[in-house]
Design a protein around this ligand. Structure first.
Ligand SMILES: Nc1ncnc2c1ncn2[C@@H]1O[C@H](COP(=O)(O)OP(=O)(O)O)[C@@H](O)[C@H]1O
Ligand SMILES: C[C@@](O)(CCOP(=O)(O)O)CC(=O)O
Length: 471
């Protein structure tokens, strides 16, 4: 079935009239991240340090009555609107040659038979779009469909899935991981295999839920960019900050929480140069194949930088207000960036940001995420002159870059069930967030205002799986 062409798309009136929702609409949200140290090296078994940011994805699920048999994806950020008939999906691949995975299984690679069986359903997505756009649509649709087929049944109720994000897409801030975490959590919630989240949930139970979501989010990431390390989905699921390492892909990764991640004075700047994580990761893979020894040594050096930063940040004496501590961390930023340049994943626009900061002499810059464009982070020196900073920000703007205001170390995946917020609303019982309202929100600020998890204001209706010792 082809999707509607014009967006934003709302259900037709007759669609609404015939739909007696079986379950209330609900929402799921998960954050993006910045990799502070160790991108790319982490794909090759080295350590990385990453923190959740306050920019997030939001997924809204409306279950339809039994008279409907459709599965509709409405992802307006990328202009995707596609509807499948649930009965046309390749359910019969399971049981023949392929055992259907269970929701608690650990899946670490994509099954070629399932990928192949899904192909006709993916081929019909955005047929009339230009190839580049179609690729973006098909990547997101494949991640969803793969998880849907693995986790749900042919008898699953019809639903409309609306996804919106306040994250820039393909800019190194983990947009793909945050949407995969949302999809995995919502699909698991729909089949009632998640307990909570609720206050006083024992830590072991919290761990089980987060692990379950994270495993499936990783599978979604496999569909979008082929060879993910898992750091992005891990920090997006768990929130806060983590030191992450995955040596053996058949086992869960090591993720050491960094609950007391320091409040670092960071600038986050987007070159707006589009690139794909898959391409950048493949570049490093090719370099390693061509020059195994030198590349391995460079990756090892990045590992040492990351571990050195970890030691520094977690030492009792670390104080972000201390000039020498910040300078130490800044030197590590500079070294990490240099190694990434030598791996070939920088971009002239990223170098331009670094040069502007270097000329202003107010901090240390490194690319963050896959590079090749996307974002850079700058660690500011203490006592930076405001006028100088303002001038630098003007220079960023003049170069066509965009700066984001964000805080580090927030909550991971959260659920709003049902999709109702008090919002100081006069509506009895609170304001119901239906999909029309969600689709009408214009831009990131409006999305935050309507359904944001509450970085600026308290939104207690959003629930998170939190450990007892996390502040
Ligand atoms: N808001 C969104 N809506 C739909 N798809 C998205 C969204 N954000 C990310 N994606 C999917 O993720 C892909 C970007 O992934 P990637 O190249 O890894 O970039 P990033 O560094 O932002 O994670 C997009 O091509 C698209 O398929
Ligand atoms: C380059 C890498 O280390 C980070 C990619 O981050 P992003 O997709 O650019 O946000 C890849 C990975 O860890 O899977």
């Amino acid at each position: 079935m082809n999707g509607t062409k014009s967006l934003p798309v709302r259900p037709q009136n007759h669609e609404r009239a015939h739909s007696t929702p079986m379950a209330p609409p609900f929402m799921v949200s998960a954050p993006g991240k910045v990799i502070v140290f160790g991108e790319h090296a982490v794909v090759h078994g080295k350590a990385a340090m990453a923190a959740a940011i306050s920019l997030r994805s939001y997924l809204h699920v409306t279950t339809l009555s039994k008279s409907h048999r459709t599965l509709r994806l409405c992802f307006p950020d990328i202009g995707l609107d596609h509807t499948w008939d649930i009965d046309d999906l390749p359910w019969d691949v399971f049981g023949k040659s392929l055992k259907k995975p269970r929701y608690y299984d650990m899946v670490t690679s994509l099954d070629e038979k399932l990928v192949e069986a899904m192909q006709p359903s993916i081929e019909e997505v955005s047929e009339s779009e230009p190839p580049e756009k179609r690729k973006i649509h098909q990547a997101a649709a494949s991640a969803f469909l793969y998880l849907f087929l693995c986790l749900q049944q042919p008898t699953t109720p019809a639903a409309i899935w609306v996804l919106r994000s306040t994250l820039p897409i393909g800019a190194g801030l983990g947009s793909s991981a945050s949407i995969c975490v949302c999809m995995a959590a919502a699909l698991l919630k729909q089949i009632h295999v998640l307990s909570g989240p609720h206050n006083d949930q024992p830590d072991e139970e919290v761990e089980t839920q987060l692990e379950r979501i994270n495993r499936w989010a990783f599978v979604g990431e496999l569909c979008i960019h082929g060879n993910p390390s898992g750091v992005d989905n891990t920090v997006s699921t768990r929130g806060k900050a983590v030191l992450f390492k995955r040596v053996d892909y058949t086992k869960p990764p090591q993720a050491t929480p960094l609950n007391a991640f320091p409040e670092l004075p960071l600038l986050l700047v987007n070159t707006k140069q589009p690139r794909s994580t898959a391409t950048e990761v493949a570049k490093v893979g090719a370099l390693k194949k061509k020059y195994p020894e030198v590349t391995e040594k460079t990756l090892d050096s990045i590992d040492q930088v990351t571990m050195s930063a970890y030691k520094l940040i977690t030492s009792d004496s670390f104080d972000p207000k201390s000039e020498s501590n910040i300078e130490h961390l800044g030197d590590l930023f500079q070294m990490n960036h240099g190694f990434l340049v030598s791996l070939g994943v920088s971009h002239p626009k990223l170098e331009h940001i670094r040069e502007l900061v270097d000329y202003a002499d107010i901090g240390w810059t490194k690319l963050t995420g896959a590079g090749g464009g996307g974002c850079a982070i700058t660690l500011l020196k203490n006592h930076v002159n405001n006028a100088r900073l303002g001038q630098l920000q003007d220079e960023f703007e003049a170069a066509g870059f965009e700066e984001y205001k964000t805080t580090l170390g927030g909550d991971g995946v959260g659920i709003l069930y049902p999709a109702v917020l008090k919002n100081g609303s006069a509506e009895k019982g609170g304001e119901e967030i239906n999909l029309q309202k969600f689709l009408r929100a214009e831009g990131a600020d409006d999305i935050e205002r309507l359904v944001g998890v509450g970085v600026r204001e308290k939104r207690p209706e959003w629930k998170f799986w939190r450990f007892s010792d996390s502040s």
